[in-house]
Design a protein around this ligand. Sequence first.
Ligand code: AMP
Ligand code: MG
Length: 527
Amino acid sequence: MSSYKYEPRVILKSHLTNHFTDHLIADLNKENNQRQVVESMFSWVTPVKPSHPKLIHVSREVQQELGFSQGEVTSTKFLDFVTGNSILKTSKPYAMCYGGHQFGHWAGQLGDGRAINLGEINGKTIQLKGAGPTPYSRNADGFAVLRSSIREYLCSEAMHHLGVPTTRALSLSLTGDLVMRDIMYDGNSAYEKGAITSRVARSFLRFGNYEIFAARNDIKNLRRLVHYTINTYFPALGKPSKEVYVCFFQAITNSTLEMIIHWQRVGFVHGVMNTDNMSVLGLTIDYGPYGWLEGFDLDWTPNTTDRQHKRYRYGNQPNIGLWNLYQLANALYPLVEEAAPFEAILEDYKTCFKTKSQDMMRTKLGLQRSKKIDQDLIAQLEDNLQASETDMTLFFRQLSFFKADAPVQGIQFVSEAFYRPEEIQGTLKEQWDLWFTRYASRLKDENINYQQRRKRMNLVNPKYVLRNYMAQLAIDKAEKGDYSLIEEFYELLKKPYDEQPHSEQWFAKRPEWARHKVGCSVLSCSS
Ligand code: AMP
Ligand code: MG
């Protein structure tokens, strides 16, 4: 979608509803200055008009889901809509108030500092990320740069097609304005192109939306927001009551765990799992310094801010999910006034996490039955993967070719996945041979044939993910005005489990030049 020919006469037919703002409490102060906002869930705001808005890409899938015709998305009206250049008559833009625990500490009020919600279409909220300051901007500018907007745009759509619950993206646009950023926080600030991603989700409510009321001991509004959430998104739970609040927490716990298991399966590392970045609907939200595992490494984090303690490292994501759920439980506690039901759910998370992650790993290995030895088999595999610097995506995809009748040659099937093949010798080679022998004998306990197993494995082990350097290549081109890689990756990542013979070049290990390059393996929160 390289050029948009605008049809100025097309009128957007969409009507926005304002369910969130109609049912919740607005900040009485209508000034757009930075401040503490109390006893309300949101503030009215107006997006800043971009000087030269330009549409770069539209997700055709999301476009269709929202009911926009092709004629509409090529209209100036649409461009104006998704960049905040003009506000539709039925839209009442607002920014949400929330707080959050950041890196393990209560950070107080945060809120939509650069996200402006326009209202809902077909029950989905449309939000502009990077459309200017709000009362929650905390001395920042409210804008977003092109590089981080491309990363969010491509990755959220890719995650959806991988089957991972996520917020979606409708469009990516340039504002035509420049934004100052210090990418590595090292005093080297520079101007970058400003951009806006229009994001879409049933709800953008986060754990932090509830935490802020609990922290301020504003139980009336906490209850009001919880009732709203249950009635709107969890109606099957029934009329809000103490029991229903607990069921509500259980539902959030389940979907959070589900989401994190998916992350572990595809090798996605969120990078900033603060409680303000945890969706109550269990959606992956706020794509910042995220990254994809290339070499399988439980200790890896893409986020430079987290380099020291690695709180948000790949292998720790399930624990952090639990930690965040504790914070949400604390926030909901005043409504229930009993700790035991929460503790039981949190305790259960630990067991469920172990079972579900074993089940998930079994599917990656093409195992349908559950056997006692699987735990060891999986643990040994993880040790080997970690010890050998093995490309996770390549490994699991190639593993599907493994033939159980020739276990000693097992390693040949996956040799492409090793970043340092010359190191696979001696003890390491023996460990791999041992593992393949065990895997081969374990496969004999399954009653599916080679073809069936391959097919199953390829449904859960993606062939294509948005490797960190791929996003960076798309960014480098886009900075020069060439958006072709955005379109190429958007299409490629719509079918991540399929063979796509013309795109084999993206089914390859990360090139060496990208190993330590900023944007490829080193990401900051500056966006
Ligand atoms: P994040 O780390 O992206 O989840 O952001 C944490 C908080 O900082 C949220 O409240 C954001 O809205 C806010 N924030 C991040 N970047 C900006 C920005 N450029 N302008 C205003 N607020 C921002
Ligand atoms: Mg955030």
